[in-house]
Design a protein around this ligand. Structure first.
Ligand code: ATP
Ligand code: MG
Length: 232
């Protein structure tokens, strides 16, 4: 018998600097997932000087969260291009309010979540990673001076353009980001855990964690292909 199958609908969460963007990029490359990153969408709006960009610029630079309704509007606008594809959201939702809106919208679209990936990285290592992080702002490409340095110091591998620091990647702002994470985002783990769709991945580096995610996605894909969504 051929059970109904469907693509993998997932999201990735974790503390600031946990490597959400890095993992999402690898998953995109290896599995062809479509991804939506709230952080990238917000930074693009800032770079383009849009009204939303102007509204959120200083909040992000201070490490505060952007208001739910602003980020919800940005992300929900992108959900249309996910239909029929394997997809992963990166950095959204970050509050219970965002998660509830997301569930409602996904329910309406008939594509509820299958899997929530939680990156569990020790706090001792993430500040150092954020201090080591440099980006190519126009593309969002990320480098880490210890794990993933650019081929030429200070320059983007693809364009040769100069790398910069994100304005929120510094010690003081990091404290605020971590506080927000503990207060607003950590409760989401419980929210998804109680639905049976949360998977935790522990490790100190993205290289250590990626193979575990890769294995999980193969397993989920196999289950969905064999049994349809009820099995998962
Ligand atoms: P990582 O290093 O794991 O990729 P990150 O914590 O560095 O992740 P982003 O997801 O890029 O960060 O988010 C950067 C900033 O953008 C946040 O500190 C916050 O100000 C804002 N932001 C991003 N997503 C949201 C969201 N869903 N709700 C509210 N604010 C958000
Ligand atoms: Mg990110």
């Amino acid at each position: 018998t051929t059970a109904p199958t469907h693509p993998i609908r997932s999201l990735i969460m974790g503390s600031p600097g946990a490597g959400k963007g890095t993992q999402t990029k690898r998953i995109t490359a290896n599995f062809g997932f479509v991804t939506v990153s709230s952080g990238d969408l917000l930074r693009k709006n800032i770079a383009d000087g849009t009204p939303i960009g102007k509204e959120v610029d200083s909040l992000i630079a201070k490490g505060e969260l952007v208001p739910d309704q602003t980020v919800v509007r940005l992300v929900v606008d992108e959900l249309g291009r996910l239909a029929g594809k394997d997809w992963m959201l990166d950095g959204f939702p970050r509050t219970l309010g965002q998660a509830q809106v997301l569930d409602k919208v996904l329910e309406e679209k008939g594509m509820p979540l299958d899997l929530v990936i939680n990156l569990d990285v020790p706090e001792e290592v993430i500040l150092q990673r954020i201090m080591d992080r440099w980006i190519h702002a126009p593309s969002g490409r990320t480098y880490n001076l210890s794990y993933n340095p650019p081929k030429v110091a200070g320059l983007d591998d693809v364009t040769g353009e100069p790398l910069t620091k994100r304005p929120d990647d510094n010690v003081d702002t990091f404290k605020t980001r971590l506080d927000k994470y503990h207060a607003e985002t950590m409760p989401l783990r419980q929210y998804y855990e109680s639905r049976g769709i949360l998977k935790n991945f522990f490790g100190k580096t993205s290289d250590e964690i990626y193979p575990l995610i890769d294995e999980e996605l193969r397993e989920v894909r196999g289950k969905l292909a064999t049994h349809g969504r009820n099995a998962y």
